[in-house]
Design a protein around this ligand. Structure first.
Ligand code: EPU
Length: 417
């Protein structure tokens, strides 16, 4: 077990560089096995979710090389084996292997994926995509046995714009016969990154970034090189750190459009910012206005920044309101923020944040990845040393977080207990 210690109340200044997007990279890596050639992916983040996917690739027999953020994957040697449950439940994205293996071999046996415990997170829409393209799905407890004599393009309507179901349906459709249309598709930038990657391999996908994606099946996919886009959630987390404790903190390697819903909200609150072509400079202020926020699929306010934003909202001069529309259990951070001095009331899918708060250091628990990020932000604003347990969750999605925060003036360490 790992825990983090942070000495609070230190000014953050200098430069922090954002890494590759977790939620893109974790799909690009499994998608690479659809290719018959060698795949090179640049700007791969140094996070434990990637290590888990690497473990799966190696289990399947792929040849993988990873050097300084570049990953080379040769899957010409893989076999279609059942991935052990103890590996696949390490992360949500393991189910991108379900679709990639099904798309490649028309047969897959795999377990229900893992991921942060922030809601039920069923996979019915993914299975609907598979079935629409002709696959038969058998469930044996936690295990799925999926077969298709032939995969044939079809018309898939997603009940909600699910990121995972959109990507899984694309991965099965790229080599299916004929055309697949996904209606009510997710529009996240990560989807565009993945379809660009597949098109570079030879796939025929149009409409990514809109709610209707069309995929014309092709027989073969070849070698290609691609780059992971910057992580908009990591970027947003450091922007929030700057709004809490920054003195002209410069966050680099950002696509400002991808974080616009956050920066617009911060402007409403009165956070001083300079937004450049690929950087944002942000400073703290004591005069924060309360706001109202509602999470939505892209381009709405991202649920993955909801918990980190909550820390800043506690400093507002008045009552802020936040509604979480994506996940039913993404307020587990509230108990710990309140332990540190916040005044937050949960009412179903909404919270009321009564500011301003003066944080004091405590021992708190990272219940999930973004809850951990939220508590790190609160610790940076606290009076003394905060201890955050179960910090493994944070290492799943924030690369080199100790180094990055230390470089800008934080006093932070991780220890094994
Ligand atoms: N949903 C269903 N049925 C489905 C699929 C989704 O009911 O078949 C529901 C989910 O339960 C959830 C909502 O639809 O309430 C949205 O789920 P979605 O499928 O979009 O999420 P996901 O693909 O499982 C990805 C990210 C999440 C991020 C969401 C939303 C990855 C590996 N995970 O999850 O990232 O919150 O999209 O943007 O890409 C994180 O990074 O902290 C994280 C949780």
């Amino acid at each position: 077990m790992l825990q983090m210690k942070i000495e609070g109340n230190r000014i953050l200044e200098g430069i922090v560089k954002v890494g590759g997007a977790k939620n893109s990279a974790v799909a690009l890596v499994p998608a690479s096995i659809l290719s018959d050639g060698v795949i090179t992916i640049d700007n791969i983040p140094n996070i434990s979710d990637i290590d888990a996917l690497n473990e799966i690739l190696e289990f399947l027999g792929a040849k993988v090389e990873k050097k300084e953020g570049t990953m080379t994957i040769d899957s010409s040697t893989i076999t279609n084996k059942e991935i052990p449950e103890k590996i696949s439940k390490k992360l949500r994205a393991s189910y991108y292997f379900m679709s990639a293996l099904l798309g490649k071999y028309k047969h897959v046996e795999m377990y229900f994926p893992g991921g942060c415990s922030i809601g039920a997170r069923p996979i019915d829409q993914t299975l609907k995509g598979f079935k629409t393209l002709g696959a038969k799905v058998k469930e044996e407890g936690n295990k799925f046995i999926i077969d298709a004599e032939e995969l044939i393009g079809g018309h898939v309507y997603l009940d909600m714009p699910s990121v995972g179901a959109t990507i899984n349906t694309i991965l099965v459709a790229v080599k299916a016969k004929g055309e697949t249309i996904i209606e009510n598709a997710a529009k996240e930038p990560e989807i565009v990154n993945i379809t660009t990657f597949l098109n570079n391999m030879g796939a025929k996908i149009t409409g990514a970034g809109t709610s209707e994606i069309r995929i014309k099946g092709v027989e073969k996919l070849g070698k290609c090189f691609t780059e992971v886009i910057p992580d908009r959630i990591e970027a947003g987390t450091y922007i929030l750190a700057g709004a809490l404790m920054g003195n002209k903190l410069r966050i680099e390697n950002i696509i400002p459009d991808h974080v616009e819903t956050l920066t617009l909200k911060l402007k409403e609150m009165g956070v001083p910012m300079e937004i450049g072509d690929d950087y944002i400079i942000v400073s703290k202020t004591d005069n924060l206005k309360p706001i109202r926020v509602r999470t939505l699929g892209y381009p709405g306010f991202p649920t993955d920044l909801q918990q980190p934003l909550t820390t800043l909202l506690t400093l507002g001069n008045g009552v802020s309101e936040l509604e979480e529309t994506i996940y039913e259990n993404r307020f587990q951070n509230v108990e710990y923020l309140n332990k540190m001095g916040a005044n937050i009331i949960i009412d179903g899918r909404k919270i009321k944040i009564i500011g301003p708060t003066v944080f004091h250091s405590e021992t708190v628990k990272a219940t999930d990845l973004r809850a951990g990020a939220c508590l790190i932000l609160a610790a940076l604003k606290s009076d003394r040393i905060t201890t955050i347990t179960e910090i493994e969750h944070v290492l799943r999605g924030y690369e080199n977080i100790v180094e990055k925060l230390s470089n800008i003036g934080a006093k932070i360490s991780i220890e094994e207990i």
